[in-house]
Design a binder for this molecule. Structure first.
Ligand code: FAD
Ligand code: SF4
Length: 490
């Protein structure tokens, strides 16, 4: 194996090695000027008619080339910016040596979901946003390399479940099976505790499975990464709604600690007239019907009919996913209406670009004021008001301000609302003493502990809608606190 000595790069000067190479080491000379690799994608016309994965990832040659762009920084800002602190230069170094198995093992020291994160994490806001190459060139395509490592190792049968410590005899229950719960469960199991995951739905993965469409995240990828956590010895139990089938109190009688990762599955509605018309639905319902009930297939029990003119309200990942799914169902037009401008859109830039390429029309600075139906209560139009951008609000983005007298109507037979979500209140309502905050989020301290002893929480249930990586970070943080508390417990 090649042992790579760290290099200090000063642009415009000769590359200087800061450490003598070991006897067998080959000097690594990075090539940051190479164009950033993008991988192939299905052509827009073709992909807009199917639900197969759009991005095809990197080939072996592209991955090898991209890996040589990394400067192998001594104090890598990319790792510091990653919410789960993946050892990025180390895993990229393995890829340079052609060792995908080693690369994925390195990633899995801190993240159990490499093939998922490589596909859906907003790297531009985390590792890639901090990559030093970004100052002069394009950042290293860390997400694509992570995906390549995970996919290649899996296909070669080299994806191994992490080792677990000897059994401690302690037991933990985990509520929900989204990325936050899966990360918490894996870390608790790594420490040798018996772990049971309780999921309300019939399948596991949370939003990864019922929210994010197959063309961004194929279902076998989710199943395989969850299978890896199962292989560690974590038990997954489906169809158990905590707060109804069992309560948190029941779990506390049977387990030494409980982690709540119940997400934020309750959609926010705009609160305007006409929301109950036929043809108006939330992105949550629309995407669940597509992803979990396969309603895009004509043979499905409850197929979806989106009519001719679809309008999606919102500017985040859910809005983009709903618009792109709707496009694949073949209406005349899909328009996405967002109340701020393109610059304030929370969706990943790559997904906005994908949606536009597929034919989704974007309209900015529009807020809905009324859904208008016919005599049979079928949606026919949406009344909009134009907006202008005012001062920044609490989120730091410029606030949309209504423009007086600017109302107009847009034809529409399906409106999909994707303007936000909040936690489902069932656990909060059935658990005495559990403190909650704004919009019903569970309140936790710096370790992830709730107001109840032995009960921890994280992910969207404490944030009210965030990202996969932040949910994983919360799950790991709480697991570390639970592991400490269980280690001290007699
Ligand atoms: P969830 O993933 O919501 O999982 C919670 C799980 O708990 C669910 O399976 C639910 O059924 C279960 N549950 C809830 N209540 C109970 C109960 N009482 N008993 C038992 N089980 C229960 N983030 C990104 O980083 N990149 C993206 O590209 C991206 N795209 C997104 C697209 C969509 C459509 C949506 C909705 C979100 C997207 N996000 C994205 C956000 C990201 O998916 C979430 O932040 C993340 O999944 C939160 O993880 P979680 O584990 O906290 O909750
Ligand atoms: Fe490589 Fe960029 Fe990370 Fe430096 S910051 S180690 S160049 S990926």
């Amino acid at each position: 194996m090649t042992i790579t000595a760290p290099l200090r790069i000063v642009y415009g000067t000769k590359l200087k090695n800061t450490m003598e190479p070991t006897t067998t080491a080959k000097k690594y000379i990075p090539n940051p000027q190479l164009p950033r690799q993008r991988g192939s994608r299905q052509a827009p016309d073709e992909r807009a008619t199917n639900f197969n994965e759009v991005a095809q990832g990197l080939s072996a040659e592209e991955a090898a080339r991209e890996a040589t762009r990394c400067l192998n920084c001594k104090n890598p800002p990319c790792t510091a910016a990653c919410p789960v602190n993946i050892k990025i230069p180390e895993f990229i170094a393995c890829l340079r040596d052609g060792d995908a198995g080693g690369a994925v093992s390195k990633i899995m020291e801190t993240s159990l979901l490499p093939a998922i994160c490589g596909r859906v994490c907003p790297q531009e806001n985390h590792c890639e946003g901090a990559c030093v190459l970004g100052k002069k060139f394009k950042p290293v395509a860390i997400g694509l390399l992570e995906r390549y490592a995970a996919d290649t190792a899996r296909k070669a049968g080299k994806l191994k479940a992490p080792a677990t410590a000897p059994e401690t005899g302690k037991k933990a229950a985990v509520v929900g099976s989204g990325p936050s719960s899966v990360s918490a469960a894996a870390e608790l199991r790594r420490a040798g505790h018996k772990v049971t995951v309780y999921e309300a739905l019939h399948d596991f993965g949370g939003v990864l499975r019922y929210g994010i469409p197959t063309f961004r995240l194929p279902r076998e990828i989710i199943s395989q990464e969850i299978a890896n956590v199962k292989a560690m010895g974590v038990d997954f139990v489906a169809d158990v709604l905590i707060g109804s089938t069992l309560t948190i109190e029941d779990l506390l009688k049977a387990y030494d600690a409980v982690y709540i990762g119940s997400g934020a599955g309750l959609p926010t509605m705009p609160g305007i007239p006409g929301e109950n018309l036929v043809g108006v639905c939330s992105a949550n319902e629309f995407l669940t019907r597509i992803n979990l009930m396969h309603a895009y297939k004509p043979e499905a029990d409850t197929p979806l009919n989106v009519g001719k003119k679809v309008v999606v309200l919102g500017g985040g990942n859910s809005a983009m996913d709903a618009a792109r799914c709707a496009k694949r169902l073949g209406p005349e037009s899909v328009t996405l209406a967002y109340r701020r401008s393109r610059d304030e859109m929370p969706a990943r830039a790559e997904e906005v670009e994908n949606a536009e390429e597929e034919g989704v029309k974007m309209e900015f600075l529009l807020a809905p004021v009324e859904f208008i139906g016919d005599e049979k209560s079928n949606l026919k139009k949406i009344k909009f008001q134009r907006m202008a951008l005012g001062e920044p609000d609490a989120s730091g983005r410029r606030k949309p301000v209504p423009v007086a007298g600017s109302e107009f109507e847009m034809d529409c037979d399906t409106a999909i609302i994707a303007i936000g979500q909040r936690p489902n209140p069932i656990i909060q309502k059935t658990t005495g003493g559990l403190s909650t905050g704004r919009h019903g989020v569970i309140v936790v301290d710096d370790s992830g502990k709730t107001s109840l002893d032995k009960v921890y929480s994280g992910g969207d249930s404490i944030r009210g809608g965030a990202t996969v990586l932040l949910a994983m970070k919360d799950g790991k943080r709480a697991a570390a606190a639970i592991n400490k508390f269980l280690a001290e417990k007699k």
